[in-house]
Design a protein around this ligand. Structure first.
Ligand SMILES: [Zn+2]
Length: 360
């Protein structure tokens, strides 16, 4: 790991009698601010996590523990985005519905094998139709589309590759949303230098750097995604991670005004909201019918910070992962009606299998 001694920090280290200078990676200042605090461990209203990857937690052996944790958080339902397709999907849906009815809905995925086969589009659309008939509530597209997914000639498959059109159209026809994760934070594609806000993360995990010689620009990939949304106005898309516009909500709003079929969720981008509580509050009120609660990585204790940012009026409190954010969080103090829409009402409107009555 590279070392970037910081003059002032080196001075502190000396003052503490330490012999080596402190680096930014090592620096762990403790929050000394004393203000009223209202930390949360449970959401104010029951909620559904629409960006769920429960993975092994939904095995028969671990399900009871997961349900206990969900209960403690007030998580009434979870969307399992990793349903796969065909027999595997059907089995997962049947098992979860039999064991824990009303707790999970399952999204299907696409099989990219044989993507060069001229029949791939028709087969994949038919597979999705069958998967929905077998109980899938949506389609999840992972970020490999547009980044690492290649055709037989080694060419990157673009997000708006026409081969996918029949699939997007089928989702619209079957009235299930497509939760789509495209690209990564724009700063992963930006110059890796001292001005980059994700410098720490890109230093700790160099494999996340997306240099221009290896990847298309962020604007290119995101532009492809938006073209899909525009081309398929009858299909609802849930643009994951605030579409990577958490640091530019004004532009996200403009895009959502232009594309009424674009919804979004807040998984893994909470730190963007927690640093702009006043503007984010106004924005969430304006777009209250279009945003859903999502978390992505399943880690119970991390939800607490989500509740606190969304619900509280607290100031300058800690976030849970330093490499996302070296700054502190502030609460957005969202009105109850906006919270209810975020927590379950919007999901119940566009995701089959999620009923508002389940959240009373
Ligand atoms: Zn995901």
């Amino acid at each position: 790991m590279s070392r970037y001694p910081v003059g002032a920090l080196a001075f502190c280290a000396l003052a503490l009698g330490q012999t080596q200078s402190l680096t930014f990676e090592e620096y762990r200042p403790k929050n000394s601010l004393v203000v009223p605090q209202s930390p949360r461990t449970k959401a104010k209203f029951p909620f559904v996590d629409v960006h769920g990857h429960p993975r092994s937690m939904i095995s028969d052996a671990k399900l009871p523990q997961l349900l206990k944790e969900m209960e403690a958080l007030n998580m009434r339902m979870m969307v399992n985005l990793d349903g796969r397709y065909g027999e595997a999907l059907k089995k997962t849906v049947e098992r979860l519905n039999a064991k824990v009815p009303g707790k999970f809905v399952v999204f299907a995925n696409l099989d990219f094998a044989n993507i060069d086969d001229p029949q791939w589009s028709a087969k994949s659309a038919a597979q999705l139709e069958q998967d929905v008939k077998n109980g899938a509530s949506g389609l999840k597209i992972y970020k490999n589309l547009g980044m690492d997914l290649k055709d037989g000639k080694g060419q990157r498959i673009k997000v708006d590759d026409p081969r996918f059109d029949p699939v997007w159209a089928m989702a619209g026809k079957m009235k299930v949303p497509v939760l789509i994760h495209t690209a990564e934070p724009a700063l992963f594609f930006a110059p890796y230098d001292k001005f980059n806000e994700r410098w720490l993360e890109l230093t700790e995990i160099p494999s996340r750097r997306r240099p221009p010689e290896k990847y298309p620009s962020w604007e290119t990939i995101i532009g492809e995604q938006h073209r899909v949304f525009r081309k398929h106005p009858k299909t609802n898309f849930i643009n994951a991670h605030l579409g990577w516009y958490g640091n530019n909500l004004g532009e996200l709003g403009r895009l959502m005004d232009e594309m009424p079929n674009m919804y979004t969720e807040i998984g893994a981008v909470l730190a963007e909201l927690g640093r702009q509580p006043r503007f984010a509050r106004k924005w969430f009120i304006r777009y209250q019918d279009r945003v859903m609660f999502g978390k992505d990585t399943y880690e119970p204790v991390e939800y607490h910070t989500y509740f606190r940012v969304l619900e509280s009026n607290d100031e300058y409190f800690d976030y849970y992962r330093r490499r996302h954010a070296f700054w502190q969080m502030y609460g957005m103090d969202l009105p109850d009606e906006v919270l209810k829409k975020l927590y379950y009402k919007n999901a119940a409107r566009i995701i089959p299998g999620i009923k508002e009555s389940n959240f009373q």
